[in-house]
Design a protein around this ligand. Structure first.
Ligand SMILES: [Zn+2]
Length: 150
């Protein structure tokens, strides 16, 4: 199927060196819409939804943001650190709005699961259901998220 102009634009934005030097697709050769559909099915199987994940990621992000670049322990179980990076980034989905750069490192101290994400990840999960391609630096795997964040 042929891509529409807007789909072409999004596809290009997701490639390395456009909006982010690493891009958002990793070594994933699938179309972004296929990546989104595949993760949506995965979420259904796991009985969780993108909004719930985004809310949880935001909750940890807000708590860590207050900690001024040192790690904090939340609910006696999660270690979270917000690393500030100067600047803002736009959403690759040809969408208005700017997102803080920065990255959040997270560790579930009970099961050892480590996850890292950016404020843009939260937006892309919430609004676009996009968890990034396989092999992408900030790919968030739904199963790992489900096991780690709760
Ligand atoms: Zn967006």
């Amino acid at each position: 199927m042929k891509l529409t102009p807007i789909e072409k634009k999004i596809n290009n934005n997701l490639k390395p060196g456009r909006i982010s030097s690493d891009g958002f697709l990793g070594d994933d050769k699938r179309r972004y819409s296929d990546i989104i559909n595949c993760d949506r099915n995965e979420l259904e199987k796991l009985q969780i939804n993108a909004k719930k994940i985004a809310d949880r990621l935001q909750e940890f992000t807000d708590a860590a943001f207050e900690s001024y670049d040192s790690s904090i322990i939340i609910e006696d179980k999660y270690e979270v650190e917000y690393k500030t990076v100067r600047g803002k980034i736009i959403c690759p989905f040809a969408h208005s709005g700017m997102y803080r750069k920065g990255s959040i490192s997270f560790k579930n101290l009970e099961n050892g699961i480590k996850i890292s994400w950016t404020p843009l990840n939260i937006h892309m999960i919430r609004e676009h259901g996009f968890f990034e391609g396989f092999g992408s630096k900030h790919r968030l795997d739904p199963l790992t998220i489900k096991k780690g964040l709760w």
